[in-house]
Design a protein around this ligand. Structure first.
Ligand SMILES: [Mg+2]
Length: 263
């Protein structure tokens, strides 16, 4: 399968060897490494305010918004409650739902909200652990490559990541489409193989159906992480190779399995 060249952008921090004993671990960015919950919640609150403002300014209609507390909002997102249900129970009338979603899509990747992204508690330790175990860490993400590299440098994590395969549009991450993730993962596997790295026993680590299903379709083992935007119960229903609560436990499992397979 060939991914459209214009859609993806790859960046690498290393020169390519002809042959290497390094095993590649493919890993998603949002969820495993980044806690996006605060950004998503702030986009939701700003989206409600924007719709209330538009309704009042343009239609003289006063809407009473009923925003959910963050814990409930995130629980609903993790359980895949539909956006329209979230909007309706927050006070958005159905006829304004489309406009509300346009606001959310514009807000959620806006530079003013990206600063609310945080490093997941175990992420740095996990990336260091993979590096010490001589694993090559390749990020495969629907976030824009520029956003990923800016974040990694700002948080002092760039030296722990060997390559980044990201989307070339900022909207791709929020839409989280399985087929885009599969194409991007396939591109990453093919290119890493061509560069001489070992991908025959590679794992894909991620927090959504896009990661698990893309890995399955390409024939990689998958680790689903419940610290991201999907619940443990939902991820279990996808039948990943392994289910973990956060990245460090996943890194330990991947290193252990890779060592066993290589023995
Ligand atoms: Mg993710």
């Amino acid at each position: 399968m060939q991914a459209p060249e214009s859609f993806f952008q790859a960046t690498s921090s290393k020169t390519s060897p002809q042959q290497s004993s390094e095993h590649v671990v493919f890993c998603d960015f949002d969820g495993p490494i980044v806690d996006v919950s605060e950004r998503y919640y702030r986009a939701y609150r700003k989206g409600l305010l924007a719709i209330a403002d538009i309704c009042w300014q343009q239609h003289s209609v006063a809407l009473t918004m009923k925003p959910l507390p963050k814990s409930l909002f995130w629980q609903q997102k993790q359980s895949r409650v539909a956006d329209i249900e979230l909007a309706l129970c927050s006070g958005i009338p159905a006829k304004w739902f489309e406009l509300y979603m346009q606001q959310i899509e514009a807000l959620v990747n806006h530079d003013s909200l990206l600063r609310w992204d945080n490093v997941q508690p175990s992420a740095e330790a996990a990336l260091s652990y993979l590096k010490q175990a001589n694993m090559r860490l390749v990020l495969v993400t629907l976030r824009h490559s520029r956003q990923v590299n800016v974040f990694l440098r700002a948080k002092g994590l760039a030296h722990l990541v060997d390559a980044v395969y990201g989307a070339s549009t900022v909207e791709a991450a929020h839409r989280n489409r399985v087929e885009l993730k599969r194409e991007l993962l396939m591109t990453a596997v093919v290119e890493q193989q061509a560069q001489g790295y070992c991908t025959s026993q590679s794992w894909m680590v991620g927090d959504t159906e896009a990661d698990v299903l893309a890995a399955k379709e390409i024939g990689l083992c998958s680790v689903a992480l419940s610290c991201g935007v999907r619940s443990e119960a939902y991820l279990r229903s996808l039948k990943p190779t392994k289910l973990c609560s956060e990245l460090f436990t996943a890194a330990q499992a991947v290193v252990e399995k890779t060592a066993l397979q290589a023995a």
